[in-house]
Design a protein around this ligand. Structure first.
Ligand code: NAP
Length: 446
């Protein structure tokens, strides 16, 4: 891939890039099918991505007619890479086997290794004959909605397609690598004012938060509505906060340290709760929740904003869902896309039906939503939540940081890009957006 990197850095034309011959292999981060039992009997928290994620050469797969090859300059860690690397809740090889049975091109994915990663920025280096909106040389970011558009169900909302998948999690050839192969309908323009690593970290979390908060497929937030955001400086939360503020809503951010409280204040959030300082104990023991603690939490929210939240932005799951359902306003919505602390959820249904609340499931975003969310980045209305950057060779450590909640915002990973700060094509617009906003989350890596 070195020749591609040199051409990209030299600003070579698309035709020149397309003329470079494809290598047979590329450097990638992957887990191995042979190792799916390596953490058997180990508690979740002790399953160590540094042991299961390997970085080495793998073969370049064949290109399908509706796909593009992309030279990946940078990528990011998402929590799904943590799930894959600890083989929870199930080893992702089951997804690859299912995809492998679907079609001739699907069969390429069913391999003894799974290249992970669901975000990337880079340059298109080849396109299949069915691709017409992008061409070699285009600077792109990649969203992770992997959909077969021959499924009729995909045409109302592609997230409802029967075979909808998350690229690099439920498919192979993910973004934590120097190269990837993706469907052309995963490509979006790279924001020209961002570096490769800044551009790489947004698509998954920004699009997911956009759908959950703004889209009619999610909570469809209106002006002046209040939104309780769990993990408000985490990957999802950092974008949720921006969408709420942009849409004229009132965010209430929940975080777990004074540093994160300060970060939220700098983002423009007035209503902030430090859950660690407040020491909420929603569960008395493993099986019993404590309604008095839900009430205390609700009171704290009212003390901050004078009312119950219209919307609760949920992804924590078992630990918080009871509290989330309780504190949502009468007629309000709890929108959820995950369950990091456990997916067998318990809440008091009386608080749901008597107060006419809704729990709404949400998952990533369709192409339209991802494109709109990306457009907000292109226009500088949303900024990356990039905190620190690791080289691809240290991807295990980067995933470890996220697994143990030692990070803020997003962790970027340099793939082909040899160092940070490359790829800024519009420094004038960058200045207009403001270096302060663009680097709000930045810190030294641990
Ligand atoms: P993240 O960067 O780790 O952020 C999660 C935040 O949750 C942390 O910053 C932490 O904030 C908070 N948190 C963790 N444990 C908590 C607990 N027990 N109680 C309260 N707060 C807790 O992860 P992320 O990228 O935001 O992703 C979060 C989850 O959503 C993951 O499970 C991921 O797989 C899922 N996800 C799903 C989709 C989808 O499309 N369905 C998309 C993106 C992510 P504090 O410690 O500061 O409170």
């Amino acid at each position: 891939m070195q020749e591609f990197l040199e051409a990209i850095v030299a600003g070579a034309s698309g035709d020149d890039i397309a003329a470079i011959s494809m290598p047979e292999s590329y450097r990638a981060a992957y887990v191995l099918r042979d190792e799916i039992e390596m953490f058997a009997g180990v508690p979740s928290a002790d399953k160590d991505p540094r042991k299961s994620l390997h970085v080495n050469e793998v073969a370049v797969p064949q290109l399908a007619p509706d796909e593009a090859y992309v030279a990946v300059m940078a990528s990011s860690i998402n929590f799904n890479t943590v799930w894959t690397s600890i083989f929870e809740p199930i080893p992702t090889f089951a997804f690859l086997a299912k995809l492998g049975r679907e079609s001739v091109y699907g069969a390429r994915h069913d391999l003894p290794y799974h290249v992970v990663g669901s975000d990337a920025s880079g340059v298109v280096i080849r396109t299949g004959p069915g691709v017409h909106n992008f061409r070699p040389g285009d600077r792109v970011v990649i969203h992770c909605n992997y959909v077969d558009d021959q499924d009729p169900a995909a045409h109302e909302d592609s997230m409802k397609a029967a075979n909808q998948r998350i690229w690099g999690f439920e498919s192979n050839f993910g973004g934590l690598a120097d190269f990837t192969v993706v469907k052309a309908n995963q490509l979006m323009p790279k924001p020209a004012h961002l570096s490769w690593e800044e551009a790489a970290v947004n698509a998954l979390c920004n699009s997911t938060a956009y759908r959950m908060i703004v889209s009619k497929n999610g909570a469809g937030m209106l002006q002046d509505q209040s939104v309780l955001i769990w993990g408000a400086t985490g990957g999802l939360g950092a974008y949720a906060v921006q969408h709420v503020l942009n849409g004229g809503g009132v965010p209430i951010g929940v975080v777990s340290s004074p540093e994160k409280v300060e970060l939220l204040r700098r983002m423009g959030v007035d209503a902030v709760l430090d859950r660690r300082m407040q020491a909420y104990r929603f569960w008395k023991d493993e099986h019993t929740q404590d309604e008095s603690e839900w009430r205390r939490f609700g009171k704290d929210i009212r003390a901050l904003i004078g009312e119950d939240p219209d919307i609760v932005f949920e992804h924590i799951g078992r630990q918080t869902m009871g509290a989330s359902v309780f504190v949502a306003k009468r007629g309000g919505t709890v929108v959820t896309c995950a369950a990091t602390s456990g997916y067998m959820i318990e809440y008091d249904n009386r608080h749901l039906w008597m107060k006419l609340k809704t729990i709404k499931g949400s998952h990533f975003a369709n192409y339209r939503e991802a494109w709109t969310a990306n457009d907000l980045l292109v226009k500088g209305k949303v900024v990356p939540a990039l905190s620190c950057v690791y080289p691809l060779d240290q991807v295990g450590e980067a995933a470890y940081q996220v697994h143990h909640n030692l990070h803020e915002g997003k962790i970027g990973v340099l793939c082909l890009a040899p160092h940070e700060g490359m790829g800024i094509d519009d420094p004038g617009f960058r200045e207009q957006v403001g270096e302060d906003r663009l680097t709000l989350f930045r810190r030294e890596r641990a």
